[in-house]
Design a binder for this molecule. Structure first.
Ligand code: LMR
Length: 451
Protein backbone atom coordinates (compact mmCIF):
# COMPACT_ATOMS: atom_id res chain seq x y z
CA UNK A 1 0.00 0.00 0.00
CA UNK A 2 1.41 3.38 -0.96
CA UNK A 3 1.33 6.07 1.59
CA UNK A 4 2.82 9.49 1.17
CA UNK A 5 3.17 11.87 4.04
CA UNK A 6 5.48 14.81 4.07
CA UNK A 7 5.64 17.67 6.45
CA UNK A 8 8.23 19.83 8.04
CA UNK A 9 6.86 20.06 11.58
CA UNK A 10 8.14 17.50 14.10
CA UNK A 11 4.68 16.61 15.41
CA UNK A 12 3.47 16.00 11.86
CA UNK A 13 6.52 13.82 11.33
CA UNK A 14 5.58 11.75 14.35
CA UNK A 15 2.03 11.34 13.03
CA UNK A 16 3.47 10.39 9.68
CA UNK A 17 5.64 7.70 11.26
CA UNK A 18 2.70 6.36 13.23
CA UNK A 19 0.49 6.21 10.16
CA UNK A 20 3.21 4.42 8.22
CA UNK A 21 3.45 1.84 10.99
CA UNK A 22 -0.29 1.35 10.92
CA UNK A 23 -0.33 0.68 7.19
CA UNK A 24 2.84 -1.42 7.26
CA UNK A 25 5.01 1.11 5.42
CA UNK A 26 8.74 0.96 4.97
CA UNK A 27 9.47 2.39 8.38
CA UNK A 28 7.62 -0.45 10.14
CA UNK A 29 9.15 -1.50 13.42
CA UNK A 30 11.34 -4.56 13.21
CA UNK A 31 9.58 -7.74 14.33
CA UNK A 32 11.30 -9.22 17.32
CA UNK A 33 9.33 -12.23 18.57
CA UNK A 34 10.60 -11.72 22.12
CA UNK A 35 9.61 -8.09 22.33
CA UNK A 36 6.19 -6.52 22.81
CA UNK A 37 6.68 -5.02 19.37
CA UNK A 38 5.47 -8.31 17.93
CA UNK A 39 2.17 -7.38 19.47
CA UNK A 40 1.98 -4.03 17.71
CA UNK A 41 -0.84 -3.50 15.22
CA UNK A 42 1.76 -3.73 12.46
CA UNK A 43 2.41 -7.36 13.18
CA UNK A 44 -1.27 -8.20 12.76
CA UNK A 45 -1.49 -6.62 9.40
CA UNK A 46 1.82 -8.12 8.35
CA UNK A 47 0.59 -11.67 9.07
CA UNK A 48 0.56 -12.19 12.88
CA UNK A 49 -2.62 -11.71 14.87
CA UNK A 50 -3.55 -8.30 16.24
CA UNK A 51 -4.74 -10.26 19.28
CA UNK A 52 -1.43 -12.06 19.80
CA UNK A 53 -0.69 -9.99 22.90
CA UNK A 54 -3.71 -11.38 24.77
CA UNK A 55 -3.03 -13.53 27.79
CA UNK A 56 -5.21 -16.55 28.51
CA UNK A 57 -8.02 -15.36 30.81
CA UNK A 58 -8.88 -17.51 33.81
CA UNK A 59 -12.10 -19.54 33.78
CA UNK A 60 -15.07 -18.06 35.65
CA UNK A 61 -14.82 -19.09 39.34
CA UNK A 62 -18.31 -20.67 39.24
CA UNK A 63 -19.01 -21.69 35.65
CA UNK A 64 -15.39 -22.80 35.25
CA UNK A 65 -16.03 -25.52 37.86
CA UNK A 66 -18.39 -27.19 35.37
CA UNK A 67 -15.74 -26.91 32.65
CA UNK A 68 -13.27 -28.78 34.89
CA UNK A 69 -15.94 -31.31 35.93
CA UNK A 70 -16.81 -32.08 32.31
CA UNK A 71 -13.17 -32.91 31.57
CA UNK A 72 -12.91 -35.41 34.46
CA UNK A 73 -13.43 -39.03 33.26
CA UNK A 74 -13.99 -40.40 36.79
CA UNK A 75 -17.33 -42.28 37.17
CA UNK A 76 -17.64 -41.07 40.77
CA UNK A 77 -17.30 -37.36 39.93
CA UNK A 78 -19.79 -35.00 41.51
CA UNK A 79 -20.53 -31.42 40.48
CA UNK A 80 -21.53 -29.29 43.47
CA UNK A 81 -20.25 -26.10 41.85
CA UNK A 82 -22.87 -24.28 39.84
CA UNK A 83 -26.24 -23.60 41.46
CA UNK A 84 -28.42 -25.71 39.20
CA UNK A 85 -31.06 -28.13 40.47
CA UNK A 86 -30.57 -31.87 39.99
CA UNK A 87 -32.96 -34.74 40.68
CA UNK A 88 -32.23 -37.63 43.03
CA UNK A 89 -30.70 -39.30 39.95
CA UNK A 90 -28.37 -36.35 39.45
CA UNK A 91 -30.20 -35.21 36.30
CA UNK A 92 -31.28 -31.67 35.32
CA UNK A 93 -35.02 -31.16 35.77
CA UNK A 94 -37.53 -29.60 33.40
CA UNK A 95 -40.67 -28.94 35.45
CA UNK A 96 -43.86 -30.66 34.23
CA UNK A 97 -45.66 -27.36 34.29
CA UNK A 98 -42.97 -25.86 32.04
CA UNK A 99 -43.42 -28.72 29.56
CA UNK A 100 -47.18 -28.07 29.61
CA UNK A 101 -46.71 -24.35 29.01
CA UNK A 102 -44.34 -25.07 26.13
CA UNK A 103 -46.84 -27.47 24.58
CA UNK A 104 -49.53 -24.82 24.83
CA UNK A 105 -47.23 -22.32 23.13
CA UNK A 106 -46.35 -24.75 20.32
CA UNK A 107 -50.01 -25.64 19.76
CA UNK A 108 -51.01 -22.02 19.43
CA UNK A 109 -50.60 -21.43 15.68
CA UNK A 110 -51.44 -17.76 16.06
CA UNK A 111 -48.10 -17.17 17.79
CA UNK A 112 -45.48 -15.45 15.70
CA UNK A 113 -41.81 -14.71 16.14
CA UNK A 114 -41.99 -10.93 15.83
CA UNK A 115 -39.72 -8.70 17.90
CA UNK A 116 -40.94 -8.01 21.39
CA UNK A 117 -41.07 -4.37 22.48
CA UNK A 118 -37.81 -3.05 23.99
CA UNK A 119 -39.20 -3.64 27.50
CA UNK A 120 -40.32 -7.18 26.68
CA UNK A 121 -43.61 -9.04 26.96
CA UNK A 122 -46.14 -6.77 28.68
CA UNK A 123 -48.08 -9.60 30.34
CA UNK A 124 -44.88 -11.20 31.65
CA UNK A 125 -43.81 -7.87 33.16
CA UNK A 126 -47.14 -7.34 34.87
CA UNK A 127 -47.31 -10.85 36.29
CA UNK A 128 -43.65 -10.84 37.40
CA UNK A 129 -44.14 -7.62 39.35
CA UNK A 130 -47.25 -9.08 40.98
CA UNK A 131 -45.37 -12.23 41.92
CA UNK A 132 -42.51 -10.46 43.62
CA UNK A 133 -44.29 -7.45 45.13
CA UNK A 134 -47.54 -9.23 46.01
CA UNK A 135 -50.96 -9.23 44.35
CA UNK A 136 -52.16 -6.50 46.70
CA UNK A 137 -49.08 -4.28 46.45
CA UNK A 138 -50.02 -0.61 46.82
CA UNK A 139 -47.13 0.33 44.52
CA UNK A 140 -48.66 -1.75 41.69
CA UNK A 141 -52.15 -0.44 42.39
CA UNK A 142 -50.87 3.13 42.20
CA UNK A 143 -48.92 2.43 38.97
CA UNK A 144 -45.67 3.39 40.66
CA UNK A 145 -43.74 0.37 39.40
CA UNK A 146 -42.05 -0.01 36.06
CA UNK A 147 -41.01 -3.54 35.10
CA UNK A 148 -38.88 -4.52 32.13
CA UNK A 149 -38.11 -8.03 30.94
CA UNK A 150 -34.38 -8.73 31.05
CA UNK A 151 -31.92 -11.58 30.51
CA UNK A 152 -32.35 -13.46 33.78
CA UNK A 153 -30.81 -12.16 37.03
CA UNK A 154 -27.52 -10.97 35.57
CA UNK A 155 -29.23 -9.04 32.78
CA UNK A 156 -31.68 -7.44 35.20
CA UNK A 157 -28.88 -6.38 37.53
CA UNK A 158 -26.86 -5.02 34.63
CA UNK A 159 -29.74 -2.98 33.19
CA UNK A 160 -30.49 -1.62 36.67
CA UNK A 161 -26.81 -0.80 37.23
CA UNK A 162 -26.49 0.97 33.85
CA UNK A 163 -29.61 2.97 34.63
CA UNK A 164 -28.31 3.99 38.07
CA UNK A 165 -24.87 4.86 36.73
CA UNK A 166 -26.53 7.20 34.24
CA UNK A 167 -29.40 8.70 36.20
CA UNK A 168 -28.88 8.31 39.93
CA UNK A 169 -26.99 11.00 41.81
CA UNK A 170 -24.87 8.56 43.89
CA UNK A 171 -22.49 6.30 41.98
CA UNK A 172 -21.38 4.08 44.87
CA UNK A 173 -22.85 0.66 45.50
CA UNK A 174 -22.21 -1.32 48.68
CA UNK A 175 -22.17 -5.09 48.25
CA UNK A 176 -22.02 -7.71 51.01
CA UNK A 177 -18.88 -9.72 51.76
CA UNK A 178 -18.92 -12.33 50.49
CA UNK A 179 -21.36 -12.14 47.62
CA UNK A 180 -22.05 -13.88 44.33
CA UNK A 181 -18.87 -13.53 42.23
CA UNK A 182 -20.63 -11.84 39.33
CA UNK A 183 -21.98 -8.93 41.41
CA UNK A 184 -18.84 -6.76 41.63
CA UNK A 185 -18.13 -7.24 37.92
CA UNK A 186 -21.64 -6.29 36.85
CA UNK A 187 -21.65 -3.08 38.88
CA UNK A 188 -18.08 -2.02 38.14
CA UNK A 189 -18.51 -2.54 34.39
CA UNK A 190 -21.69 -0.49 34.47
CA UNK A 191 -19.63 2.38 35.87
CA UNK A 192 -20.54 2.26 39.56
CA UNK A 193 -17.93 2.44 42.26
CA UNK A 194 -18.10 -0.77 44.29
CA UNK A 195 -17.59 -0.78 48.06
CA UNK A 196 -18.30 -3.56 50.53
CA UNK A 197 -20.15 -4.09 53.78
CA UNK A 198 -19.58 -6.85 56.31
CA UNK A 199 -22.15 -9.63 56.09
CA UNK A 200 -20.81 -13.04 57.07
CA UNK A 201 -19.08 -14.04 60.29
CA UNK A 202 -16.76 -17.02 59.69
CA UNK A 203 -16.56 -17.67 63.44
CA UNK A 204 -20.30 -18.35 63.80
CA UNK A 205 -20.89 -19.23 60.14
CA UNK A 206 -23.83 -16.85 60.50
CA UNK A 207 -24.68 -13.19 59.99
CA UNK A 208 -22.33 -10.45 61.16
CA UNK A 209 -25.24 -8.19 61.94
CA UNK A 210 -23.25 -5.74 64.03
CA UNK A 211 -20.67 -5.33 61.24
CA UNK A 212 -23.43 -4.92 58.66
CA UNK A 213 -25.13 -2.14 60.66
CA UNK A 214 -21.82 -0.38 61.31
CA UNK A 215 -20.73 -0.44 57.67
CA UNK A 216 -24.07 0.62 56.23
CA UNK A 217 -24.40 3.16 59.04
CA UNK A 218 -21.24 4.84 57.83
CA UNK A 219 -22.04 4.54 54.10
CA UNK A 220 -22.22 7.81 52.19
CA UNK A 221 -25.76 9.13 52.22
CA UNK A 222 -27.75 8.16 49.14
CA UNK A 223 -25.44 5.27 48.18
CA UNK A 224 -26.90 2.13 46.61
CA UNK A 225 -26.99 -1.05 48.71
CA UNK A 226 -27.16 -4.50 47.16
CA UNK A 227 -29.35 -6.86 49.20
CA UNK A 228 -30.01 -10.56 48.54
CA UNK A 229 -33.79 -10.91 48.92
CA UNK A 230 -33.44 -14.42 50.38
CA UNK A 231 -31.08 -17.41 50.34
CA UNK A 232 -27.93 -15.30 50.28
CA UNK A 233 -25.42 -16.60 47.74
CA UNK A 234 -22.88 -18.01 48.64
CA UNK A 235 -23.48 -18.21 52.41
CA UNK A 236 -27.12 -19.32 52.74
CA UNK A 237 -27.28 -16.90 55.69
CA UNK A 238 -30.29 -14.55 55.81
CA UNK A 239 -31.29 -11.84 58.29
CA UNK A 240 -34.36 -12.58 60.43
CA UNK A 241 -37.53 -10.55 59.87
CA UNK A 242 -36.61 -8.38 62.87
CA UNK A 243 -33.14 -7.81 61.45
CA UNK A 244 -34.60 -6.94 58.04
CA UNK A 245 -36.75 -4.35 59.78
CA UNK A 246 -33.65 -2.79 61.37
CA UNK A 247 -31.88 -2.82 58.00
CA UNK A 248 -34.89 -1.13 56.41
CA UNK A 249 -34.98 1.59 59.05
CA UNK A 250 -31.26 2.22 58.66
CA UNK A 251 -31.39 2.44 54.86
CA UNK A 252 -34.41 4.71 54.86
CA UNK A 253 -33.02 7.00 57.57
CA UNK A 254 -29.81 7.48 55.57
CA UNK A 255 -31.55 7.75 52.20
CA UNK A 256 -29.68 4.66 50.92
CA UNK A 257 -31.13 3.08 47.78
CA UNK A 258 -31.96 -0.66 48.10
CA UNK A 259 -31.21 -2.81 45.08
CA UNK A 260 -32.56 -6.32 45.66
CA UNK A 261 -31.30 -9.40 43.89
CA UNK A 262 -34.08 -11.99 44.01
CA UNK A 263 -32.81 -15.21 42.44
CA UNK A 264 -34.56 -17.74 44.69
CA UNK A 265 -38.17 -16.73 45.32
CA UNK A 266 -39.96 -19.90 46.46
CA UNK A 267 -36.79 -21.91 46.16
CA UNK A 268 -35.45 -21.07 49.61
CA UNK A 269 -38.37 -21.90 51.90
CA UNK A 270 -40.73 -23.49 49.39
CA UNK A 271 -43.07 -20.52 49.89
CA UNK A 272 -43.28 -17.71 47.35
CA UNK A 273 -44.64 -15.20 49.84
CA UNK A 274 -42.10 -15.61 52.65
CA UNK A 275 -39.16 -15.54 50.24
CA UNK A 276 -40.35 -12.11 49.00
CA UNK A 277 -40.97 -10.69 52.45
CA UNK A 278 -37.79 -8.62 52.70
CA UNK A 279 -38.58 -6.77 49.49
CA UNK A 280 -42.21 -6.22 50.42
CA UNK A 281 -41.15 -4.58 53.71
CA UNK A 282 -39.24 -1.98 51.73
CA UNK A 283 -42.10 -1.42 49.29
CA UNK A 284 -44.70 -1.14 52.07
CA UNK A 285 -43.00 1.96 53.48
CA UNK A 286 -43.70 3.89 50.27
CA UNK A 287 -40.00 4.37 49.46
CA UNK A 288 -38.13 3.57 46.27
CA UNK A 289 -36.10 0.49 45.39
CA UNK A 290 -34.92 -1.71 42.53
CA UNK A 291 -35.57 -5.43 42.24
CA UNK A 292 -33.77 -7.83 39.89
CA UNK A 293 -35.80 -11.02 39.52
CA UNK A 294 -34.75 -14.30 37.96
CA UNK A 295 -36.77 -17.34 36.87
CA UNK A 296 -33.67 -19.50 36.41
CA UNK A 297 -33.98 -21.49 39.63
CA UNK A 298 -37.62 -21.28 40.66
CA UNK A 299 -38.96 -22.31 37.24
CA UNK A 300 -35.82 -24.16 36.16
CA UNK A 301 -35.50 -21.84 33.15
CA UNK A 302 -31.73 -21.39 33.47
CA UNK A 303 -30.79 -21.32 29.80
CA UNK A 304 -33.91 -19.45 28.69
CA UNK A 305 -32.44 -16.34 30.36
CA UNK A 306 -35.68 -14.94 31.67
CA UNK A 307 -35.89 -12.31 34.37
CA UNK A 308 -37.20 -8.86 35.14
CA UNK A 309 -36.09 -5.55 36.58
CA UNK A 310 -38.68 -3.64 38.58
CA UNK A 311 -38.12 -0.10 39.73
CA UNK A 312 -40.51 1.01 42.43
CA UNK A 313 -40.98 4.80 42.37
CA UNK A 314 -42.87 7.25 44.53
CA UNK A 315 -45.21 8.44 41.79
CA UNK A 316 -46.75 7.06 38.60
CA UNK A 317 -45.46 9.85 36.35
CA UNK A 318 -41.89 9.22 37.58
CA UNK A 319 -42.26 5.49 36.86
CA UNK A 320 -43.32 6.34 33.30
CA UNK A 321 -40.24 8.49 32.74
CA UNK A 322 -37.99 5.87 34.34
CA UNK A 323 -39.32 3.32 31.85
CA UNK A 324 -38.62 5.64 28.93
CA UNK A 325 -35.00 5.90 30.10
CA UNK A 326 -34.69 2.14 30.64
CA UNK A 327 -35.59 1.74 26.98
CA UNK A 328 -32.62 3.91 26.08
CA UNK A 329 -30.39 1.65 28.19
CA UNK A 330 -31.72 -1.59 26.70
CA UNK A 331 -31.96 -0.74 23.01
CA UNK A 332 -28.21 -0.41 22.35
CA UNK A 333 -27.38 -3.41 24.58
CA UNK A 334 -29.54 -6.14 23.04
CA UNK A 335 -32.43 -4.26 21.44
CA UNK A 336 -35.22 -6.34 22.94
CA UNK A 337 -35.40 -9.58 24.93
CA UNK A 338 -36.16 -13.12 23.70
CA UNK A 339 -39.75 -14.28 23.56
CA UNK A 340 -39.81 -17.97 24.48
CA UNK A 341 -38.88 -18.00 28.18
CA UNK A 342 -41.09 -15.03 28.99
CA UNK A 343 -44.03 -16.73 27.21
CA UNK A 344 -43.55 -19.82 29.38
CA UNK A 345 -43.53 -17.76 32.57
CA UNK A 346 -46.58 -15.77 31.50
CA UNK A 347 -48.51 -18.95 30.63
CA UNK A 348 -47.82 -20.38 34.10
CA UNK A 349 -48.48 -17.22 36.08
CA UNK A 350 -51.73 -16.37 34.29
CA UNK A 351 -53.45 -19.73 34.75
CA UNK A 352 -54.60 -20.69 38.25
CA UNK A 353 -54.17 -24.45 37.73
CA UNK A 354 -50.75 -24.15 36.21
CA UNK A 355 -49.71 -21.69 38.89
CA UNK A 356 -50.79 -24.16 41.60
CA UNK A 357 -48.97 -26.98 39.87
CA UNK A 358 -45.84 -24.82 39.75
CA UNK A 359 -45.97 -24.04 43.48
CA UNK A 360 -46.13 -27.79 44.21
CA UNK A 361 -43.14 -28.55 42.00
CA UNK A 362 -41.27 -25.61 43.49
CA UNK A 363 -41.94 -26.83 47.01
CA UNK A 364 -40.78 -30.32 46.06
CA UNK A 365 -37.43 -28.89 44.87
CA UNK A 366 -37.03 -26.79 48.03
CA UNK A 367 -37.96 -29.76 50.24
CA UNK A 368 -35.47 -32.05 48.53
CA UNK A 369 -32.72 -29.52 49.19
CA UNK A 370 -33.76 -29.18 52.84
CA UNK A 371 -33.70 -32.96 53.17
CA UNK A 372 -30.19 -33.05 51.65
CA UNK A 373 -29.06 -30.64 54.37
CA UNK A 374 -30.37 -32.97 57.03
CA UNK A 375 -28.88 -36.07 55.43
CA UNK A 376 -25.44 -34.51 55.07
CA UNK A 377 -25.51 -33.15 58.62
CA UNK A 378 -26.57 -36.55 60.04
CA UNK A 379 -23.95 -38.38 57.99
CA UNK A 380 -21.10 -36.12 59.17
CA UNK A 381 -22.22 -36.52 62.77
CA UNK A 382 -22.47 -40.30 62.39
CA UNK A 383 -19.00 -40.36 60.81
CA UNK A 384 -17.65 -38.39 63.77
CA UNK A 385 -16.19 -35.70 61.53
CA UNK A 386 -14.56 -33.06 63.73
CA UNK A 387 -16.36 -29.71 63.83
CA UNK A 388 -19.81 -28.26 64.42
CA UNK A 389 -21.76 -28.84 61.22
CA UNK A 390 -25.06 -27.38 62.43
CA UNK A 391 -24.70 -24.51 59.92
CA UNK A 392 -25.55 -27.04 57.20
CA UNK A 393 -29.11 -27.27 58.51
CA UNK A 394 -29.33 -23.64 59.62
CA UNK A 395 -28.36 -22.09 56.28
CA UNK A 396 -31.06 -21.70 53.68
CA UNK A 397 -31.47 -22.06 49.92
CA UNK A 398 -29.35 -23.65 47.28
CA UNK A 399 -25.95 -23.41 48.96
CA UNK A 400 -24.08 -24.46 52.05
CA UNK A 401 -21.06 -22.36 52.89
CA UNK A 402 -19.18 -25.26 54.42
CA UNK A 403 -16.23 -23.44 55.96
CA UNK A 404 -13.83 -25.74 54.07
CA UNK A 405 -10.74 -23.84 52.96
CA UNK A 406 -9.19 -23.65 49.49
CA UNK A 407 -6.61 -26.37 50.22
CA UNK A 408 -9.36 -28.71 51.48
CA UNK A 409 -11.48 -27.98 48.40
CA UNK A 410 -8.54 -28.78 46.09
CA UNK A 411 -7.89 -31.98 48.02
CA UNK A 412 -11.54 -33.07 47.63
CA UNK A 413 -11.45 -32.37 43.92
CA UNK A 414 -8.13 -34.18 43.40
CA UNK A 415 -8.76 -37.20 45.60
CA UNK A 416 -12.56 -37.57 45.47
CA UNK A 417 -13.51 -35.88 42.18
CA UNK A 418 -15.88 -33.56 44.01
CA UNK A 419 -16.19 -30.21 42.28
CA UNK A 420 -17.13 -27.06 44.18
CA UNK A 421 -16.14 -23.39 44.24
CA UNK A 422 -12.83 -22.66 45.94
CA UNK A 423 -14.53 -20.65 48.72
CA UNK A 424 -16.02 -23.88 50.10
CA UNK A 425 -19.54 -23.34 48.76
CA UNK A 426 -21.44 -26.46 47.78
CA UNK A 427 -24.67 -26.59 45.83
CA UNK A 428 -27.02 -28.71 47.92
CA UNK A 429 -29.20 -29.02 44.82
CA UNK A 430 -26.48 -31.12 43.19
CA UNK A 431 -26.48 -33.67 46.00
CA UNK A 432 -28.63 -36.80 46.36
CA UNK A 433 -29.14 -39.57 48.92
CA UNK A 434 -26.84 -41.73 46.80
CA UNK A 435 -23.99 -39.21 46.80
CA UNK A 436 -24.18 -38.09 50.45
CA UNK A 437 -21.85 -40.93 51.64
CA UNK A 438 -19.20 -40.03 49.04
CA UNK A 439 -19.32 -36.34 50.02
CA UNK A 440 -19.22 -37.24 53.71
CA UNK A 441 -16.10 -39.35 53.22
CA UNK A 442 -14.45 -36.56 51.24
CA UNK A 443 -15.25 -33.88 53.86
CA UNK A 444 -14.10 -36.18 56.64
CA UNK A 445 -10.79 -36.85 54.89
CA UNK A 446 -10.31 -33.15 54.08
CA UNK A 447 -10.82 -31.89 57.62
CA UNK A 448 -8.79 -34.66 59.22
CA UNK A 449 -5.90 -34.65 56.74
CA UNK A 450 -5.63 -31.13 55.30
CA UNK A 451 -5.05 -28.07 57.48
C1 LMR B 1 -24.44 -19.80 40.97
O1 LMR B 1 -24.16 -18.96 41.82
O2 LMR B 1 -23.91 -20.92 40.92
C2 LMR B 1 -25.51 -19.49 39.96
O3 LMR B 1 -26.13 -18.30 40.26
C3 LMR B 1 -25.03 -19.61 38.56
C4 LMR B 1 -24.17 -18.47 38.12
O4 LMR B 1 -24.45 -17.91 37.07
O5 LMR B 1 -23.19 -18.13 38.80
Amino acid sequence: MDFEFSSSSSSDRRIGTLLRHLVGGSESLAMDPRSSVAASPTSGIAGGSVFAHLVQAPEDPILGVTVAYNKDPSPSKLNLGVGAYRTEDGKPLVLNVVRKAEQQIINDRSRVKEYLPIVGLAEFNKLSAKLILGADSPAIRENRVTTVQCLSGTGSLRVGAEFLAKHYHEKTIYIPVPTWGNHPKIFALAGLSVKTYRYYDPATRGLNFKGLLEDLGSASSGAIVLLHACAHNPTGVDPTVQQWEQIRQLLRSKGLMPFFDSAYQGFASGNLESDAQSIRMFVADGGECLVAQSFAKNMGLYGERVGALSIVCKAADVAGRVESQLKLVIRPMYSNPPIHGASIVAAILRDRNMFNEWTLELKAMADRIISMRKQLFDALRARGTPGDWSHIVKQIGMFTFTGLNTAQVSFMTKEYHIYMTSDGRISMAGLSSKTVPHLTEAIHAAVTRVA
